[in-house]
Design a protein around this ligand. Structure first.
Ligand code: ZN
Length: 635
């Protein structure tokens, strides 16, 4: 490893000499809206009713959207029937929503006292932890307490509008004419089509529309009982936005406001040199309200026809996506240099081509069967086979949705993938645990088969035993959630020999995963080099000869066949009914599936599994389909 690094550095040095002076400037564009979408839509909620938690929170989680919740600080201080208190407010913040001010005292009529402009903000900033602080104020009764003072304290002051007709409350791409009077359309009896109509107008105009909601019809709204909204109508609106995700950006009011201000104030320059593009993104907005460090969406032309790209800003990894002749990425203004490099996760072929022979000599090759041997250490983990144990053990599920395939009783999002299964309806923050038995210790690369209909690249991560450091898998948009592609993760996972708990964590909502394949880079993996049974690899003879006893293979002491321990420490003979074994080839294709009654010896199962297989290496999954290993069939 050291050798190839120093070689690459040496090559880089030579290379930079040869191209010195050829660095050139290129155009970098900032998206009008995040993700280069066409329009922005904000949902805001006033007064802090219980229905914020009961209705709005799960509804927004379902679509992966964030909203703005405007809180009356004195109401959150008390135990007010039907209203949420600070722990409820923090729950909303923890889910990524914007927490904003709606005054301290919320007078019944008229404007809030001007003294509460700063005190309500101070209280929220003290009570609530959120990434951008309290930057939005929504006026009680829609009356401004004084525009100038509001704008000294907030990015946005929000008024309200009762009229849904005419679309005059849809803002342009630069927001309102007065940032202390940002309009929002008050919701109530409107149907989904009313929301859709206004969102469509925003798309047509390339602008921004905001909605304002108190409680929901038939729900616990406390003092926010004014103009209750039909939750199904709003759910339909969010569904429509998601279906039009390539055009509609749904984000909290304060965040959209920051985006506009940063976009209009930022200067972006890009310079290409060899296989990297350096982008500088800066602005000089300076006030005490915000750092204006909400990420902006940028793109540069893919003039080098790169097939993959990766990026960093200030040394931290950022996602770069190639699409339609551009390289897209999000970055924070004044957050340090952004460096986008060609290649990304895949190893450049030139690197292996220039590997010095001494390097290969230092890594003993397993001989003529090298390719088979290397791939023999691949483990395909089917995503629907997360560990037993339910919520908090096998998985953590936020939205409770699935295809209802009946494959799992504790269904945390199993979806149909062709005739098989995978996981879907995934939300950022969810995770799944898998029990993975590795043939040998070492670093494993990760390839995944995944899909996302999101417009932009969607990330999940794979880690082992909760150890820090994980492999990020960036899934490019595949157009929809039924179109799967194979993607390689960045970096490697260290697996121990034997059992590992592999965790798949959803970093960005709405990615479907069929399986992940972990492949050992260790060509010396003993069980693969020698076609012998070992402590962790089963050996299956074809049916014509005596079947090996896998119990004995697993346990050098040679216990009874029944002594195979299933993953999750479920004893073999704890199974009632049938025990299954699926046989896959090294590409992960299912070749056959057999089962025998649990009362029979394991050799009966191996006998059936091995029958008819030609000489070679296979992956077998058995027990309750939660143990996998590579096996070699010898004639
Ligand atoms: Zn109010």
């Amino acid at each position: 490893m050291k050798k190839s690094t120093s070689l690459a550095m040496a090559m880089g040095w030579v290379f930079s000499i040869s191209v010195a002076g050829s660095a050139y400037a290129q155009t970098v564009e900032i998206g009008t809206w995040a993700g280069f979408r066409t329009a922005a839509v904000s949902f805001t909620f006033d007064d802090g009713p219980q229905s914020d938690i009961d209705v709005a929170l799960p509804m927004f989680e379902k679509y992966g959207y964030k909203a703005t919740f405007n809180i009356v600080t004195k109401w959150a201080d008390g135990n007010n029937d039907g209203l949420i208190n600070w722990s409820g407010v923090q729950k909303l913040a923890a889910a990524g929503h914007e927490i904003a001010s709606h005054s301290d005292s919320h007078p019944q009529n008229g404007a809030m006292p001007s003294s509460e402009i700063s005190t309500s903000k101070g209280t929220i900033n003290k009570k609530i932890s959120q990434p951008y602080g309290c930057v939005t104020l929504a006026y009680p009764n829609c009356n401004t307490p004084g525009d100038a003072q509001v704008l000294q304290n907030y990015v946005v002051g929000r008024i309200c509008n009762a009229s849904w007709s005419g679309g005059s409350d849809i803002m342009g791409k630069n927001g309102p004419s007065n940032w202390a009077a940002v309009p929002a359309m008050m919701t109530g009896n409107e149907g989904t089509s009313d929301f859709k109509g206004n969102m469509q107008k925003a798309v047509n105009q390339g602008g921004w529309v905001a909605f304002l909601t108190h409680g929901f019809q038939g729900k616990t709204n406390g003092w926010a009982s004014y103009s209750p909204t039909d939750s199904l109508a709003m759910d339909g609106a969010l569904k429509y936005a998601k279906e039009n995700d390539s055009k509609i950006w749904v984000a909290p009011m304060g965040y959209v406001a920051m985006y506009i201000k940063e976009r209009n104030a930022s200067k972006a320059t890009a310079s290409t040199s060899g296989n990297s593009i350096t982008v500088k993104l800066t602005h000089s907005i300076a006030d005490d309200i915000s750092k204006y460090d909400y990420p902006l969406s940028l793109r540069v032309q893919n003039s080098g026809n790169w097939t993959a790209a990766s990026g960093t800003q200030g040394g931290k990894s950022i996602t770069a996506t190639i699409k339609d002749g551009y390289i897209y990425f999000d970055a924070v203004p004044n957050g340090g240099d952004i460096v986008i490099s060609s290649g990304g996760s895949s190893t450049p072929t030139s690197s292996s081509a220039t590997q010095p022979t001494s390097s290969s000599a230092s890594q003993p090759q397993p001989g003529s069967s090298a390719s088979t041997v290397t791939s023999a250490a691949s483990i395909t983990v089917e995503m629907e086979d997360y560990m037993q144990g339910g919520e908090g053990v096998g998985y953590s599920d936020i939205n409770g949705e699935s295809d209802n395939t009946g494959y799992r009783t504790d269904d945390a999002g199993v979806v149909a993938v062709g005739t098989g299964h995978g996981i879907g309806y995934t939300m950022a923050g969810e995770w799944f645990n898998y029990s993975v038995e590795a043939a040998c210790e070492g670093e494993y690369s990760v390839v995944a088969r995944a899909a996302t209909g999101n417009a932009s690249t969607t990330r999940f991560s794979v880690s082992v035993d909760n150890v820090a450091g994980s492999v990020a898998v960036d899934v490019p948009s595949t157009g929809d959630w039924n179109t799967y592609t194979e993607v390689e993760g960045t970096g490697t996972l260290k697996l121990s020999k034997g059992k590992n708990v592999v965790k798949v964590s959803i970093d960005q909502s709405y990615v479907n995963v069929d399986w992940i394949k972990l492949t050992s880079g260790n060509a010396q993996c003993p069980s693969n080099v020698t076609p012998q049974s070992s402590a962790s690899n089963g050996t299956v003879n074809s049916a014509s000869s005596n079947p090996q006893n896998p119990g004995a293979n697993n346990t050098p002491g040679g216990e009874a066949p029944e002594a195979i321990y299933m993953s999750g420490d479920v004893h073999w003979n704890a199974y009632s009914g049938n025990v299954y074994c699926q046989v896959f080839d090294m590409k992960g294709q299912l070749l056959k599936s057999v089962s025998v009654p649990a009362s029979q010896s394991t050799s009966t199962l191996w006998n059936a599994a091995g029958a008819g297989l030609s000489k070679g290496v296979y992956i077998m999954r058995y027990g309750n389909k939660d143990v996998m290993r590579s096996v070699r069939v010898r004639k």
